[in-house]
Design a protein around this ligand. Structure first.
Ligand code: NAP
Length: 316
């Protein structure tokens, strides 16, 4: 399996398992199955509300000898209500306890959005804290301090623009090791990818298969399903592969890490095989032509009327 080298020298396995919306009662088996098959990177987050079940799966997999801790990469993410520096370490402690781990390999600031402490999902505009009140630099400073402990090996961000990466890097003097963002042929973010590469920030591509399983309320009526694109079917037929496998191979060919989610045993195996496929430059180019500038995870849920966040401020 390929790796991407972070600024610490650590090797991030380029292919991993996503766990957003991996249901309680299903995620245990999904993680066990993935680790048995050879997955070595599990992408988690406090807000997915399934870290305790994942922790049990990690513990049992290690006890069964499926994987050793040092061969395993676990990422988690700081939620929006714990951005105040004094809340960062306790939030990590909760995640470590749930995951039954002494350390995690990577801890990310999940969104450049702050909530009042204790508010997991804002219901009214006063649940949000504007960045002027809870600056990203302060949160990032507390994250970087974690790297000096034995609790976290690397720290990074998610859903951050180049402008925000530069802002926090300048203020704290340390750049994020990773930026985890949405990337697939419909939303390639070429400028962001090139900018991260030139800054030596490794990119992890989320929702690489088009995130079909996300809640109906997050979908548009006129949404075009990525997995059903004819160009994808053509490339898949050439390779005797599935469209999902081609999307995984495309993400890896661009030099990003990629974390498709599945709780289905067959698709977990299928996706791993996708990480072994190499596309030709022509096949990569065929998928590059699909750019539509369209996000599936739009971020509009952070921007209801009265919120201090707008789509322009969120992604800018
Ligand atoms: P995704 O991986 O693009 O798609 C997952 C959906 O595709 C599920 O419904 C899954 O269903 C299905 N699927 C899996 N393999 C398939 C295949 N080979 N063929 C067809 N369908 C397949 O979506 P995602 O969950 O949005 O993104 C992946 C991961 O990225 C997340 O789980 C999470 O870890 C991370 N993420 C991070 C952020 C962030 O803000 N940092 C945001 C979104 C996602 P089954 O489970 O039934 O197979």
């Amino acid at each position: 399996m390929g790796h991407l080298t972070l600024r610490s020298g650590d090797a991030l396995p380029a292919f991993g398992l996503g766990t957003w919306l991996s249901e309680p009662g299903e995620v245990y088996q999904a993680v066990r199955r993935a680790l048995e098959l050879g997955y070595r990177h599990i992408d988690c987050a406090w807000i997915y509300q399934n870290e305790a079940e994942i922790g049990k799966a990690l513990e049992d997999a290690m006890a069964a000898g499926d994987v050793k801790r040092e061969a395993l990469w676990v990422t988690s993410k700081l939620w929006n209500d714990a951005h105040a520096p004094e809340h960062v370490r306790p939030a990590l402690a909760g995640t470590l306890k749930d995951l039954r781990l002494e350390y995690i390999d990577l801890y990310l600031v999940h969104w450049p959005v702050a909530h009042r402490h204790g508010v997991a999902r804002p219901r009214e505009s006063s649940d949000f804290l504007p960045l002027e009140q809870m600056p990203l630099e302060k949160t990032w400073g507390a994250m970087v301090e974690l790297e000096q402990t034995d609790l976290v090996r690397n720290v990074g961000v998610s859903n951050h623009s180049l402008t925000k990466i530069d802002q926090i890097t300048r203020a704290v003097g340390t750049r994020p090791a990773v930026n985890q963002v949405e990337m697939h042929p419909f939303h390639q973010q070429r400028e962001l990818l090139a900018g991260c590469k030139s800054r030596d920030v490794v990119v992890t591509a989320y929702s690489p298969l088009g995130s079909r399983g996300r809640p109906e309320g997050m979908k548009r009526d006129d949404e075009v399903p990525l997995l059903e694109q004819p160009a994808l079917a053509e490339v898949a037929a050439e390779l005797d592969a599935t469209p999902g496998q081609v999307l995984i191979a495309w993400a890896l060919a661009r030099g990003t890490a990629v974390i498709p989610k599945s709780t289905n045993a067959d698709r977990i195996a299928q996706n791993l095989r996708g990480s072994e496929i190499e596309l030709t430059p022509r096949q990569v180019g065929r998928l590059d032509e699909l750019e539509r500038g369209e996000r599936y995870v739009t971020g509009d849920f952070w921007c209801p009327p009265g919120s201090p966040y707008t789509l322009a401020s969120l992604w800018g």
